[in-house]
Design a protein around this ligand. Structure first.
Ligand code: PBG
Length: 327
């Protein structure tokens, strides 16, 4: 007798029956950009299909995300260059683009989708770092945490259901949790970018947010060489009160993701980042890859490794396919 696993691959119906991993719209989160001073949405050349939104076009797109059944949206703000300063003041201002957009979104869609905000300073600082700098030009951990608390509070006030500290400062989750609780925002959740690596795959994102950074983030983001350190960071964030953890990037860090997913007591997200998405788009434009199949495979692999939630620029198209409206 030959053992025949191929029996379970014999028809599409059989394969669907035995699939261990499925993409469901409710576990997908769409990262979105909203920019100050635009008359109309502006395409991001290195992220085909992704735009910098106006507040109005953002609201329209999020209404569509609700219809598609997406789990959430993650919002990034892009201020005017002249509004950036050393401490990223415009990020925590209620009149800043991110907070205005959050307010408009929450008014428009209420609790129909989970509204998440990136809680970081890099989009708002004139030097482009994720924190404030000390007199020697180094990122000052504890002074940065004070700013993160102000950012998170402003985002909670504006209507974010979830704040997403992504700057990799030590103690950022505890600081934000304390700040939110003290101000009465006990229901605002924290999605901690727990294991965030200093990755070359963030390239297109830097275009998307008109990043002012020269240099790199290697004193705060993690070294791609380190697996155990990612698990340590995740454990720390969970202990500090994170409601959800994230591993980022996703596809090249499935080992870290699997480790974190195996031990975490809270839901684990993975961020399929701009470069991971853009590479597939670029290859598909040349006819070298099948775009739809490659994106679906990438996200399936991330889920198979243990992610409960995937942030991806392909969220809408994957949801359309899962809903059967696109094949
Ligand atoms: C930093 C931040 C980054 C991304 C999201 N938030 C990266 C960075 O500039 O270091 C990258 C996301 C992507 O590449 O899609 N606040």
């Amino acid at each position: 007798m030959i053992v025949r696993p191929r029996r379970l691959r014999s028809t599409p119906a059989m394969r669907a029956l035995v699939a261990e991993t499925r993409i469901h719209p409710s576990q997908l989160v769409l990262p979105m950009f909203v920019a100050e001073g635009l008359d109309a949405p502006r395409p991001i050349s290195s992220l085909p299909g992704v735009v910098q939104h106006t507040v109005d076009s953002l609201v329209d797109e999020v209404r569509r995300s609700v219809t598609l059944g997406l789990g959430g949206v993650m919002l990034f703000g892009v201020p005017r260059p002249e509004d950036k300063d050393a401490v990223g003041s415009v990020g925590s201002s209620p009149d800043g683009i991110l907070n205005r957009a959050l307010t408009a979104l929450r008014d428009a869609v209420g609790d129909d989708i989970v509204i998440m905000a990136d809680t970081c300073l890099d989009e708002f600082t004139d030097h482009g770092h994720c924190g404030v700098l000390d007199e020697r030009g180094r990122v000052d951990n504890d002074a940065t945490n004070d700013r993160y608390v102000e950012l998170a509070l402003s985002q909670a006030r504006a209507g974010a259901h979830v704040v997403g500290p992504s700057g990799m400062m030590d103690g950022q989750v505890a600081a934000i949790r304390d700040g939110l609780d003290a101000a009465g925002f006990t229901d605002t959740a924290i999605l901690a970018y727990a294991a965030k690596y200093a990755s070359a795959f963030y390239g297109p994102f830097r275009e998307a947010v008109n990043s002012a950074l020269s240099g790199d983030r290697r004193t705060y983001q993690q070294d791609p060489a380190n697996r155990r350190e990612g698990v340590r960071e995740a454990d720390l964030d969970e202990a500090e009160g994170a409601d959800m953890l994230m591993v980022k990037p996703a596809g090249y860090y499935l080992d870290v993701l699997a480790d974190v997913a195996a031990r975490s007591q809270v839901p684990v997200a993975a961020y399929h980042v701009s470069g991971e998405y853009a590479m597939v788009c670029a290859a598909a434009e040349r006819g070298w890859l099948n775009r739809d199949a490659a994106l679906a495979e990438a996200v399936t692999a991330i889920l198979r490794a243990g992610a409960d939630i995937v942030l991806t620029y392909a969220a809408s198209e994957l949801a359309e396919r899962a809903n059967g409206s696109k094949r």
